[in-house]
Structures are given as structure tokens and as C-alpha cells.
Design a protein around this ligand. Structure first.
Ligand SMILES: Nc1nc2c(ncn2[C@@H]2O[C@H](COP(=O)(O)OP(=O)(O)OP(=O)(O)O)[C@@H](O)[C@H]2O)c(=O)[nH]1
Ligand SMILES: [Mg+2]
Length: 454
């Protein structure tokens, strides 16, 4: 680089005096030596300069000023515009509801056969008398039409399926957890590749057809192009059908309104969450005596004094670290992390559900701590089965943690309501506590949306 600068200087007649020539040589040598590790003490000021923009002592040579950007020198003009682009206000995250706006994807066979039908209807431009010309015109137009009919729906899907990074955090998590990590982008990538292939092959064959010299040649090229486009589309058609399934799955995810207070039922698997959702709301989730009956986020509604609230049933949480959690458990954590919910935490101390009270206590402590900013009500379920408490005597000589766990095993966390959906015990108190909490949640949401930060 420096040699080139020197040659440039020498050849451009810009070094007008002997003095400048000597200075140029000095400058060149100083840079070479300053960069040589074996001469650390030489030309200290040049050594300082090697990390600074090159300076030129000849008029008109330096046309732009340079500054350091990300460790390399970039002309200021370029830097400014680039930085301006980078500093553009980041695009706002979408609110929830993006899945309801997904385009309707047609099955790949429908796209293909409708495209073939439309293309075959195309007739040559009127007024062409020469048979060969007319035929090649027809062929090129049909191939062009087929390319468009196949490519346009794909382009529309690509434009209307949102970029995951602009989605609300909750919906982004739902995409990852319900479809699998990277699946969404992978399928869109395949659709994009198919679109590009269709366009390039379609164009190529249309142009070949347009160059035919005889009617027969034009017909052959048309038929060849049609077959090729059909084959290409069929080969990768699964990408379109995968996209259709993605849209179906995402559209089926319950719609959450962020401005409506939401009650979220949380607890270990099989503790009776769904049974309570059925009692408290319009939601009718499946109830079964095995863990992970609830395999997604289910929504119901409660109406109190004309005010509508949402209720979500969630999959159960097991005692394990986050890395080991399955996607169902991660869904529950995503709801708690990204939606403004009040929590109804369900504890089953009967030993029926499959998770021991001690393990439930550990899960509870962790979740309670992690989501300490949520409004919260605890409920001990299946109290019809709790004839005798599992721990009769709480020994006062244990440490504080074990005492707390012993108390938990006896009656759940402090203030928990004991309920049974079988005998209807405690349900009135539960409903009243839930309603109070949802009203408080409503006030909380109102004050948050009124605050300048929000
Ligand atoms: N005896 C009794 N059984 C109950 C009560 N509540 C729920 N059950 C039973 O407990 C089992 C689990 O109930 P679910 O409501 O499906 O529990 P869940 O927490 O939603 O379970 P997952 O969705 O698998 O996490 C079912 O067999 C219910 O009939 C109750 O109050 N008393
Ligand atoms: Mg359930």
C-alpha cells in the first residue's frame, strides 16, 4: 500500500521539490520500519501514526478524510451514510396477532395445476401472420405466464410471512417452541429458493422458445420448458406444503389480547390446572389423569361485571433446569415471561399427580422467585383427597428451609386456598380471590400504559 502511495507520488509530478521527495522517502521508510517488529525503538512517532489515517503532504492528493470505523479506515462520506443507516431507529416490534394476519397458502398441487391451466389459455399476439413467428410467440408467452403463475404466489408468501425478528417476543417464542428451532426460517428459505429457480428456468426457456426458427422447434421448446418448470416445481413443492402447515399451526395458536388482564394457571403436571380452568372460565381444556395432557396454550374467558378477562391453561412444569425442559414447559415459561399475566399457581399435595410435594415445593420456589413481579394466588387442589396431612409433626429443630418445606407439604404455601372440583370445596373463595386479582391486574395494566415509559 505504502509502496503504491510512493510510486503514485513520484509518478504524479506532485512532488515538486527535492525537499518533498526526501520527505516522501522518509515517510515511506518510517512506515516500513515502524511496522517491523524487530525495530521497536525506531521512528516512535511514525509507529504512532501507523494506526492513524495516512497523511499526505502533497496538495490535492487526499480527497477524503478518514476515520476509524470498526478498526479499519473508511472515507468519512461513506462512514456517515453507513452509520446513519445503522443508526436508523430500529423497526418497532409488532404487537401480538401476527399469526392471524398470515396469508392463506394454497396447496402446491393447486398452485401448479391452476398455473398450467392459465398458461395454456394464452394465445399468440394477434396479427402475426408467419406461422413460425406466431408459434414461438405463443410458446414464449405461455412459458412466461407459467413462470409468473408459479412465482407470484410464492413471492406473496415470502412478503407476507413476517420476519421472525420483528415479532412480539411471545410469538417469536411460540414459533420456536411449536415448530422447532429454525424450522420457520428453513421453510421460508426453501420457498425462496424454489421461487428463484422457477423464475430463472422459466426465463431461460421462454427466451429459448422465442429464438426458434420453425413452428416445430417452437412447439418442442414450449413443451420442454413446460415439463421442466413442472418438474422443478414438483421437486420442491413440499416447501409450499410445509409453509401451509406452518400457517395452519400458527393460526391455531390462541389469540391473546395484551390489554386484557390474563390469569395464567401454572403448576406441576397433572395437579388439576385444566380442571380449574373449566370451573373458572369458558375454556374447556381436556382433563385426564396423566401428565402433559395440556400440550399447548389454551385460552378461556371470564366475565365479571361486564369486564372480560382471559384465562390461559399451560403445560405443567417439572423439577429440572431450563436446559432440560421440553418445549411444552418452555411454552409455559414463555407465557410468564412475555405476557402480562396474573398467576394462579396450583399445588397437589395428595401425591396423586406424579410429582412429590417436595419437588413441587422446589419448582414453586424457583418460579415464584423468577416471576416475583406477577400478581399471584396459590391454590391447593384435590383437597377431597387430603384426609390427613402428609406431615403430622413439624419439628421445630430443623433449619428454616426444611421447616418451610414441611409446612408446605402440610398445607401448601402460606395463604393458599384449599379447593376441590369434586366436592366444590373452596371454589367460591377461589373465584372471589381470582376476580379481585384480575381487577388489580387491570389497574396495573392501565397504570403501566399511562406511564411515559410504556
Ligand atoms: N379427586 C380429585 N381429582 C381431581 C381434582 N381436580 C382434578 N382432579 C383429577 O386430576 C387429574 C388431572 O387433572 P387435570 O385438570 O388434567 O390436571 P392438569 O394439571 O391440567 O394436568 P396436565 O395438563 O397434564 O398438566 C384428572 O384425573 C382430574 O380428574 C379434584 O379436585 N379432586
Ligand atoms: Mg392440563
Amino acid at each position: 500500500m505504502l509502496v503504491m502511495e510512493l510510486v503514485l507520488l513520484l509518478s504524479s509530478n506532485m512532488i515538486v521539490s527535492r525537499h518533498s521527495f526526501v520527505k516522501a522517502i522518509h515517510f515511506y521508510l518510517s512506515h516500513v520500519i515502524a511496522n517491523a517488529p524487530e525495530y521497536p525503538g525506531l521512528f516512535p512517532e511514525a509507529r504512532k501514526q501507523v494506526n492513524a489515517p495516512s497523511m499526505f503532504f502533497c496538495r490535492n492528493l487526499q480527497t477524503t478524510t478518514y476515520e476509524v470505523v470498526k478498526g479499519s479506515y473508511v472515507p468519512v462520506t461513506q462512514t456517515k451514510s453507513e452509520t446513519a443507516n445503522e443508526e436508523k431507529t430500529p423497526r418497532k416490534l409488532e404487537s401480538v396477532g401476527a399469526f392471524q394476519r398470515l396469508p392463506m397458502v394454497k396447496p402446491s398441487v393447486d398452485i401448479l395445476y391452476s398455473a398450467l391451466r392459465q398458461a395454456k389459455k394464452i394465445s399468440p399476439t394477434k396479427g402475426i401472420v408467419n406461422i413460425a413467428k406466431r408459434e414461438r410467440n405463443r410458446g414464449a408467452r405461455q412459458l412466461d405466464a407459467l413462470t409468473k403463475e408459479l412465482g407470484i404466489p410464492l413471492r406473496e408468501y415470502l412478503e407476507n410471512f413476517p420476519n421472525k425478528k420483528y415479532l412480539h417476543h411471545y410469538e417469536r417464542s411460540l414459533i420456536e417452541l411449536t415448530l422447532g428451532d429454525g424450522k420457520y426460517e428453513e421453510v421460508l428459505g426453501r420457498v425462496n429458493a424454489l421461487k428463484k429457480k422457477v423464475v430463472s428456468v422459466g426465463k431461460e426457456h421462454a427466451s429459448l422458445c422465442a429464438k426458434s426458427t420453425t413452428k416445430r422447434e417452437a412447439e418442442e421448446r414450449l413443451s420442454e420448458g413446460m415439463k421442466k418448470l413442472e418438474a422443478i416445481f414438483k421437486l420442491e413443492a413440499k416447501a409450499v406444503d410445509d409453509l401451509l402447515n406452518i400457517a395452519k399451526t400458527l393460526r391455531a395458536v390462541p389469540v391473546v389480547d395484551l390489554e386484557t388482564p390474563t390469569l395464567c394457571l401454572v403448576g406441576a403436571p397433572n395437579v388439576g390446572k385444566s380442571s380449574l380452568v373449566r370451573i373458572l372460565s369458558t375454556g374447556k381444556p381436556e382433563v385426564c389423569n396423566y401428565p402433559f395432557t395440556t400440550r399447548g396454550i389454551l385460552m378461556g374467558h371470564i366475565t365479571v361485571n361486564y369486564q372480560r378477562f382471559q384465562v390461559t391453561d399451560t403445560p405443567g412444569l417439572l423439577r429440572r433446569c431450563d436446559d432440560d425442559r421440553n418445549n411444552l414447559e418452555k411454552l409455559t415459561l414463555a407465557v410468564l415471561s412475555h405476557l402480562p399475566t396474573a398467576v394462579l399457581y396450583v399445588h397437589d399435595l395428595t401425591g396423586e399427580c406424579g410429582t412429590s410435594p417436595s419437588n413441587q415445593y422446589i419448582i414453586y420456589k424457583e418460579v415464584r422467585e423468577r416471576f416475583s413481579n406477577h400478581l399471584w394466588v396459590d391454590v391447593v387442589s384435590k383437597c377431597d383427597l387430603l384426609q390427613k396431612s402428609p406431615v403430622d409433626n413439624i419439628t421445630e429443630d430443623g433449619d428454616e428451609d426444611s421447616l418451610e418445606m414441611a409446612r408446605y407439604r402440610k398445607a401448601g404455601p402460606e395463604g393458599a386456598i384449599l379447593v376441590s372440583v369434586k366436592t366444590e370445596t373452596g371454589l367460591d373463595e377461589l373465584k372471589s380471590r381470582v376476580h379481585d386479582m384480575l381487577i388489580s391486574q387491570l389497574d396495573k395494566l392501565k397504570s403501566e400504559s399511562a406511564s411515559p415509559e410504556s
